[in-house]
Write a protein that binds this ligand. Sequence first.
Ligand code: CUA
Length: 313
Amino acid sequence: METFSEIFMPQRRSTFAADVDTLFHFIHITGFILLAGITIAIIYFCIRYRRKSDDEVTPIITHNANLEITWSVIPLILILIVFSWGFRGYLTLYTPPSDAYTINVTATSWAWQFSYPNGGVSIEDLYVPSNRPVKLVMMSEDVIHSFAVPDYRVKMDVVPNRYTTVWFEAREPGTSVIYCTEYCGAGHSSMLGNVIALEEEEWEEWLESGLEVDEDMPLAELGEQTFNQSGCDACHSVDGTPLIGPTMQGLFGSERQFQDGSSTEADEDYIRESIIDPQARITEGFPPTMPNMAGALSERQIEGLIAYIKELQ
Ligand code: CUA
């Protein structure tokens, strides 16, 4: 069944993926059998009861109680099976086990941010232990997004001013893609991330140390890494192409024109302000959609970003 399933479906990485797939295949296959049966019956009747001559009159049949009961009861049974099966699955999917490890998710246009109970924050990539239930408590900072991981068979809207939750348990270590499945603006298609499931011990180690920034890395290199890992690349190019936000190429030292008519030269202070208080001054011709990165980046990462941007001339 697993091999059959993988022809049509993504890998099954969560504990309940198999149940979701079995129900899906049940609906799919019964639907197909009904379609085939009805199509064959229509073709058969068309041929068998076609008009053969003018004097042969078709008898007028008003109803047939047995037939009518049959074609009402069989679909009713099928629907009841699908309903009770689906409802059980729904309850499983929306009732996290009480010992689930809770991670907070913040969606912004257009990045995922994950906050762990020990104070750590990761952007784009969500690190979870395998073989342990994980519960996500999610909220959006702006518009409606939707958190979906096909490999885990989970999907849930992430809305402003209200927490929504989703839970799963990874069957084994591995990486699965996170998609945003609610159209949320120009950067929607690049609002991607990964769920990285690690062995429990490895994950605990990551939780302790992985969130710390590598202090030995040269600043510009750290900046480039941060730029790509923290989702900056979703909205800012480094080669001059205008995306949702201004390109980083040639930014440093250039004259910035703002929507309120003022202007300034892009120096270190300006770039830092753009990262930790992006709504303070909005560059003319661009929407005010940059998420606030204060708290999500270390001071050294911000310095790294500035050093990296300086190099992009
Ligand atoms: Cu966020 Cu689409």
